[in-house]
Write a protein that binds this ligand. Sequence first.
Ligand code: GLP
Length: 258
Amino acid sequence: MEVLIAETYDEMSVRAAAVVGKLIKIKPNAVLGMATGSTPLGLYRELVRLHQDEGLDFAQVTTFNLDEYVGLPNDEPHSYHYFMHEHFFQHVDVPSGNIYIPSGTTSNHAAFCAWYEERIRECGGIDIQILGIGADGHIAFNEPGSSLGSRTRLKTLARQTIEDNARFFERPDDVPVYAITMGVGTILEARAIVMLANGKTKAAAVARAIEGPVTSMITASALQLHPSVRVFLDRDAASELQMNDYWNWVQENRPRQG
Ligand code: GLP
């Protein structure tokens, strides 16, 4: 695991976007795993800038989103479909047929989830998965207690997640109770993972995910089992890490690529 601590949210976002941009240049038909939430907004902003100002081409890219609320139609402003369109897809040239986001309105959750997993496989697997982290240490909507081998499925959200995400809705009661989410096992199959976190409210979860034991109580801790994870943090999100000195030391002494 590589931990990169930036001074600001913007710096964190730009550095993470550079990793995604570099991949697309090397592999124009890359398969990207997309995340929602406030954390990756800066990363998407920077990818849009790279597209508009520097010609980063998404014409052959395929995307799979991590999750979606159950019960929200695609055009509902709180849906993750809407979020992705607003903040990313309408600004870049990913072909609409290459965009996969779990359906919040399917009548057959199990069949949909099996199909979603199959589509990921058929598209060659995810090259790079972008992740945020919940205040309770969840990735996607894999709440505490989720199996670390879990696959895409219907999930009941934790009260903490509903409370955390209520800020995006008019009333707390409007937050859906269920979501369809990629599983931890699905996420761990991505070839590379980029996780971002900013702000004090994420500091404890980040510390437990990176330096604590691997446990289903902090599903982000499963990333410790993955061979290629880069974690981009701002100073606040990194503030409870025990090994800050080491993470900085590693960055200052990165071996030259041969
Ligand atoms: C939701 C999403 C996660 C996201 C988390 C944190 O629960 N399902 O993918 O990482 O929120 O969101 P934010 O970035 O807004 O703090």
